[in-house]
Design a protein around this ligand. Structure first.
Ligand SMILES: Cc1cc2nc3c(=O)[nH]c(=O)nc-3n(C[C@H](O)[C@H](O)[C@H](O)COP(=O)(O)OP(=O)(O)OC[C@H]3O[C@@H](n4cnc5c(N)ncnc54)[C@H](O)[C@@H]3O)c2cc1C
Length: 466
């Protein structure tokens, strides 16, 4: 794949102008700049043409027109991605799904929702809640990320510990292939095993195998009660050991979120104040239908934590206090960014028994290389966000070395280089650490079968062939 030349893009624009409305196409430099950036800190890659799809047919038209002229297409949603998935590395068309943002159906009888890809995740959660239902996957970006992006990245979140990730809720997909063909895969029932599990393949395909234009989701009854506690520790290793012990205790909280000393320093006083002596904390949350049972579960978790060095457990007394805790958790990423001019956020996952060792080794590696490493995240499922904070682009070679060592440590502990953000552009150089040549080659052949021209979101997941 090479960067599309201007005349080919002009030809695509001319072809699409005949079939789309004028406000669906833009090559305004200001707009192109906005769509050339996401939350990955991987730099700016400007598209040459921006197309806003308003229907499934529009998506097919864009693929057909662009690929006929050899122009790459990169799907883009809310641009909250952290692996650079929506960055058009080779220019060409950015295909935005944001205007396809309708909740088409919410069925309390079937416990099913059908949505377009541009629906904001939080809007679906609220709509389900309003009819007594629950959509559990809760990426911390739920206020602004979209369902199409969640499908592409198989997004997870704090509640994945108990409820699983996006893929566990996708029953069916309307899917546009790079050829422009429209597939309807999956089902509307919980069970259903006819044919290959294509939804399983498409969810998590990072915008490289086609585009979701309609998504059928499983919902569950909303748990009537939720209780949240903040467990305080003197240091992060004690907290990590306590997380492992809590998980081994036979209880299944819906979230166990870890904050280390640097993360606590970053958010302390920003809407929430931590008690003196707090060097780490765990947000533990349980849900069910009866207050008494939940309080008992939190008390049991607290006892296990206290036996493993916790200093105190503070139980949120009402929804306002719960929300204050979660609001603090949601600003960790942005607050860390405010501490130092540069930040790289990693998203590894390790087997849960290895959480303490992973955190200790990341901190030791950071100290050895003279870098600040903050580790927080969904510790309950082993998914750690290890952040490297640094002062200047001059530090970048050391940071790159630190990232490499972090991935090596993770893989050596039996973990994976990405728990939820995807490989995208940011981590494609590390995939060979985790996956063998045979597996990578098979996936490339699969991609070539579905996208023979290699023009859909090129340069993602795998390093380009030399
Ligand atoms: C503060 C913050 C907190 C976050 N917390 C979490 C978290 O807890 N858990 C988590 O998993 N992630 C988290 N993220 C990462 C990000 O929000 C998710 O990856 C999210 O799923 C991206 O959605 P988006 O709509 O922004 O997609 P974009 O970033 O626009 O795109 C992501 C990918 O989806 C592809 N794509 C977009 N639409 C479609 C479509 N309709 N069909 C096929 N492919 C498509 C794009 O090509 C790209 O590869 C966080 C990000 C931020 C900034």
């Amino acid at each position: 794949v090479k960067k599309a030349d201007a005349s080919a893009v002009a030809a695509v624009k001319a072809a699409l102008s005949k079939v789309l409305q004028p406000n669906q196409l833009s090559d305004d430099p200001e707009k192109l700049r906005v769509y050339g950036h996401d939350e990955s800190d991987m730099g700016d890659f400007l598209p040459q043409l921006l197309v806003f799809a308003q229907s499934t047919a529009d998506v097919s038209l864009v693929f057909r027109a662009a690929f006929a002229h050899g122009v790459p297409v990169t799907p883009v949603a809310a641009r909250s991605g952290k692996s650079g998935g929506s960055l058009p590395l080779y220019g060409g068309v950015s295909l935005s799904l944001e205007r396809m943002n309708k909740i088409l159906e919410l069925s309390p009888e079937d416990l099913v929702a059908v949505v377009e890809p541009g629906v904001i995740t939080g809007d679906l959660m609220k709509a389900a809640d309003a009819v007594g239902l629950f959509y559990p996957p809760d990426p911390n970006s739920w206020e602004f990320c979209s369902m199409g992006g969640n499908i592409a990245e198989n997004a997870g979140g704090p509640r994945a510990l108990k409820y699983g990730v996006t893929r566990d809720y996708v029953l069916g997909l309307e899917w546009v292939l790079p050829t422009g063909e429209v597939l309807h895969c999956g089902k509307r029932t919980i069970k259903g095993v006819a044919g290959y599990d294509l939804c399983g393949l498409f969810v998590g395909s990072e915008g490289t195998l086609g585009v979701a234009t309609k998504i059928t989701l499983q919902l569950i009854p909303r748990p009537r009660k939720v209780m949240t506690a903040l467990v305080i520790f003197a240091d992060v290793l004690a907290a990590a050991r306590a997380v492992s012990a809590m998980l081994a205790s036979g209880l299944l909280p819906r979230c166990l979120e870890l904050l280390d000393d640097v993360s606590i320093r970053a958010i302390d006083g920003r809407g929430f104040s931590f008690p003196q002596g707090a060097g780490a904390a765990v947000i533990a949350e349980v849900d069910g239908n009866h207050d008494d049972g939940l309080l008992l579960e939190l008390q049991q978790l607290s006892e296990v934590a206290m036996a493993h060095g916790a200093l105190d457990t503070l139980i949120a007394q009402d929804d306002a206090q719960r929300e204050k805790l979660w609001a603090a958790r949601r600003v960790v990423s942005t607050s860390l960014r405010a501490m130092k001019p540069f930040k790289i956020s990693e998203d590894v996952a390790v087997p849960r028994s290895k959480i303490p060792e992973a955190i200790a080794r990341f901190k030791e590696m950071g100290a050895r290389l003279g870098l600040t490493v903050a580790t927080y995240g969904h510790a309950g499922d082993g998914n750690l966000h290890a952040n490297i904070l640094f002062d200047s682009p001059k530090d970048r070679p050391t940071v790159d070395e630190a990232l490499k060592q972090m991935m090596e440590i993770t893989v050596a502990l039996g973990g994976t280089i990405t728990g939820e953000h995807g490989v995208g552009y940011a981590k494609r150089r590390f995939i060979a650490l985790e996956q063998g040549e045979g597996l990578i080659s098979f996936q490339k052949r699969l991609k070539a079968f579905i996208d023979p021209l290699g023009l859909l979101n090129p340069g993602k997941i795998f390093e380009p062939d030399a």
